[in-house]
Design a protein around this ligand. Structure first.
Ligand code: ADP
Length: 761
């Protein structure tokens, strides 16, 4: 450790002449120094143990030459740092003076010299030493490793930081020893930079990792400067080596955080609530991607620019309150992209606090939840449709029984009235109203998907072609009908009658949307709905489909109308113009057929309905004609077991069947039916049973009765069916089925048709 000279400085006067010595000693003491005396070289040895700051040494001593004594002082570790002022004899040559200085003396005076002159010289030498030590101390106090090299680049000095850093003595840094402590990967760079600096004489900077005492490497910044003499020659290099590991690590961490911010797809915002209007001061690339607004467009603005017409004021109020009270908050809100498209955002904001706990900023993380919201909305919509469907199905069930009775007796009454009977017209009007009510009930059933379908494998093109003529009549002359049918078209398994209903309903709507004419286009295509489509359209299964596309050039619809068109009873048409059941029916039929429907429409640019029906695996069978209903009720004499829980419907059915000549056994419940069947020993040719009954479904009842009367044929009657019945195969083609409400003629004809057909083996 270096210290400034003690005060007063210690001086030894070495002079054999006692008079001269004491004169000198007195002068030095008078100047404030602590002075020891020695009369010879031997005596000097005794006092140098005190480590004097300066030795005034006479060249001629009785026991030796002062020059040699000086050399040994400088060679001795204990005294090497003492300054030596040589005082020569009068006869001294200048060559002797040079020799004296070269031995390491720090000053030289030639006799004759006065004591005051010596004192002045001593003071000057100590002043110089003082300055030198000050710089040394400064070097030691610097918290960096400081070094010095010779002009040729060989290190010769290192401050004690070298030891603190590396745990090695400073001598290990000497020469090019310092290079050994540098990380092997950085060593070549460090060496080349240093050699280049030495070769060019230019200051330099270089970073490298230095091995520290604990064996770990830490990053350091080394800087070097050349020191030049008065002729401009480099005599030394001095430099520092600073530990920049913490700074480098912090920089690397910052860079990592920055890269992480760049990488996340969520939008990250930082706002400054201390500025007016809490402006954005940082927007991540994720935010740019999410919103379409660039960083430059966003910085300095309040987030308000992302909000719009349908953004919930409650969500905004919640955010404002959180910011006001420096709390975190999570909200879902509707924002708008730069191109105007709405985007649902889940936004979480949190306050950022400084060391004092004061809120300086807010950070917000935004994620796109549009898809989730859309799915939730679709789920809510389908749940609503399901509920309305169940309600409609229930109503239709009751109505069908009532209408069977009203229409049945109405038709029977009409048949009894003579052509000129005065009440005939009234009864006829009543019957027509009953038929219209029955048609409405059918639509309700179709929507509620509770109707019994008779699906068959068919070619949609044939449905379109067969219906074309009728469609032309429906749409009128001002509207052109264009068809574009792909051939061959894959088969689908649907109810032909229901598909005709779909086409008809869509055509009627298209006509209503084009009061001044236009074009109705029908297109069929084989399509493959891939995974990407299924992802974009929740509830859609990827696979092969047949698409039926119906588009018009009409007035189109707003998004509000579009959102509600499939709801039953939703109509924008004037009173008496629309029932609001057309598209609900279409929706129900398509859904029940396992398909999907999509609508594209904008106000003023027409509407397009795309219906996707799953491709059927089986080949198309030519469907047999359903026509051929007979004019007058066909007669018979067989025995029929009639099972119906509704008394009015049962009475009517019994009447129709008895009038047609049959023997009718009646049952109100399954139990009564079983009793009647057991009582009857003779054959029962036909069972006419309702599908849905309180105790036992028509299907189970049939199975049990067939055990007793295996000869019995079966006709199912229903105005309504639940999913279980459809699942259990009542809807299959081979089953005989009559839809309620039925007319007397329809029942009599169907009964005859079954009794006359060849029984399935
Ligand atoms: P309705 O035709 O009895 O009104 P729908 O269920 O068939 O009932 O249609 C519901 C509503 O959907 C219509 O009132 C109409 O506003 C709209 N709509 C249906 N089809 C079209 C179309 N092709 N162009 C424009 N709007 C349509």
């Amino acid at each position: 450790m270096f210290t400034l000279p003690r005060n007063p400085a210690t001086i030894v006067t070495v002079e054999d002449n006692a008079l001269v010595r004491s004169a000198l000693t007195n002068s030095l003491r008078a100047a404030g120094f602590l002075v020891h005396e020695a009369a010879s070289a031997r005596e000097l040895k005794c006092v140098t143990r005190e480590k004097p700051d300066l030795i005034v040494l006479n060249v001629q001593l009785p026991d030796g030459n002062g020059v040699d004594v000086c050399r040994s002082i400088k060679a001795d570790r204990d005294t090497a740092s003492s300054l030596v002022l040589l005082i020569s004899g009068e006869s001294l040559q200048s060559s002797d003076r040079i020799r004296g200085l070269e031995t390491g003396a720090d000053g030289f005076l030639a006799k004759p010299v006065t004591p005051d002159e010596v004192v002045a010289h001593v003071k000057a030498m100590l002043r110089f030493r003082h300055n030198e030590k000050q710089y040394h101390l400064l070097t030691e106090s610097i918290p960096h490793f400081v070094w010095m090299t010779r002009a040729d680049g060989q290190a010769e000095y290192a401050n004690s930081r070298w030891f603190e850093y590396t745990g090695l003595p400073s001598s290990e840094s000497h020469g090019l020893g310092w290079l050994q402590q540098i990380h092997p990967s950085d060593r070549t760079k460090a060496r080349k930079t240093w050699e280049n600096a030495v070769a060019t004489g230019l200051p330099y900077e270089v970073e490298y990792r230095l091995r520290r005492a604990d064996g770990n490497y830490r990053s350091h910044l080394a800087k070097g400067l050349p020191i030049r003499d008065e002729r401009g020659q480099i005599v030394k290099w001095i430099g520092t080596c600073t530990d920049i590991h913490a700074q480098k690590t912090a920089e690397a961490e910052l860079r990592l955080r920055d890269r992480a911010l760049q990488a996340v797809s969520e939008g990250i915002l930082i706002t400054d609530p201390c500025q007016i209007d809490n402006p954005i001061i940082y927007a991540s690339p994720g935010f740019e991607k999410l919103t379409g607004y660039s960083t430059e467009e966003s910085i300095g603005r309040n987030c308000r620019f992302l909000q719009g017409r349908d953004t919930s004021p409650e969500a905004i109020a919640e955010l404002r309150e959180a910011i006001r009270s420096a709390r975190p908050a999570n909200v879902e809100l509707l924002n708008y992209r730069k191109d105007g498209t709405p985007i649902w955002i889940s936004l979480s904001i949190s306050p950022i606090r400084n060391e004092e706990g004061e809120v300086t900023h807010f950070v917000g993380v935004q994620s796109d939840i549009t898809e989730r919201r859309l799915m939730e909305q679709q789920l809510r919509q389908s749940q609503k449709m399901e509920a309305v469907g169940r309600l409609a199905g229930g109503i239709a069930h009751d109505f069908n029984n009532l209408l069977t009775v009203i229409n049945g007796y109405g038709e029977m009454l009409l048949n009894r009235l003579g052509v000129n009977d005065p009440v005939r017209e009234s009864v006829s009007e009543m019957n027509k109203a009953g038929e219209r009510a029955a048609a409405l009930t059918r639509q309700l059933l179709a929507f509620s998907r509770k109707q019994v379908l008779a699906p068959s494998i068919l070619d949609l093109n044939s449905v379109v072609i067969d219906l074309e003529k009728m469609l032309r009549r429906v749409i009128g002359e001002d509207i052109r009908l264009a068809t574009d049918l792909q051939s061959p078209l894959d088969a689908v398994k649907v109810d032909r009658g229901q598909m005709e209903q779909v086409l008809l309903n869509l055509a009627v709507n298209a006509r209503d949307a084009m009061p001044r004419g236009g074009q109705l286009s029908l297109k069929t295509r084989n399509v493959e709905l891939d995974d990407a489509y299924a992802r974009d359209h929740p509830y859609t299964q990827p696979g092969a489909y047949v698409a039926l596309v119906v588009s018009d050039t009409g007035h189109g619809m707003t998004s509000e109308v579009k959102a509600r068109i499939f709801e039953p009873f939703f109509t924008t048409k004037g009173p008496g113009m629309g029932t609001g059941l057309g598209l609900a029916t279409v929706y129900g039929i398509v859904k029940q057929s396992g398909g999907y429907i999509e609508v594209f429409s904008e106000p003023g640019s027409g509407a397009t309905f795309e219906i996707y029906l799953p491709r059927a695996a089986r080949a198309i069978r030519s469907s047999k004609s359903q026509s051929g209903a007979m004019r007058s009720p066909p007669q018979g004499s067989e025995t029929i077991l009639l099972v119906e829980d509704d008394d009015a419907v049962r009475s009517l059915s019994r009447l129709i069947l008895r009038q047609s000549g049959y023997t009718v056994l009646e049952a109100r419940t399954a139990q009564e039916a079983r009793d009647a069947a057991c009582r009857r020993a003779e054959p029962i040719q036909l069972l006419v049973t309702d599908v849905v009954m309180p105790e036992l479904g028509g299907r189970e009842l049939t199975e049990r009765l067939l055990v007793v009367h295996p000869e019995m044929r079966v006709l199912f009657v229903s105005g309504y069916t639940d999913d279980a019945v459809v699942r259990h195969g009542i809807s299959e083609e081979e089953v005989n089925f009559l839809q309620k409400p039925f007319t007397p003629l329809a029942l009599a004809s169907k009964v005859r048709e079954i009794l006359d057909s060849v029984p399935a083996s």
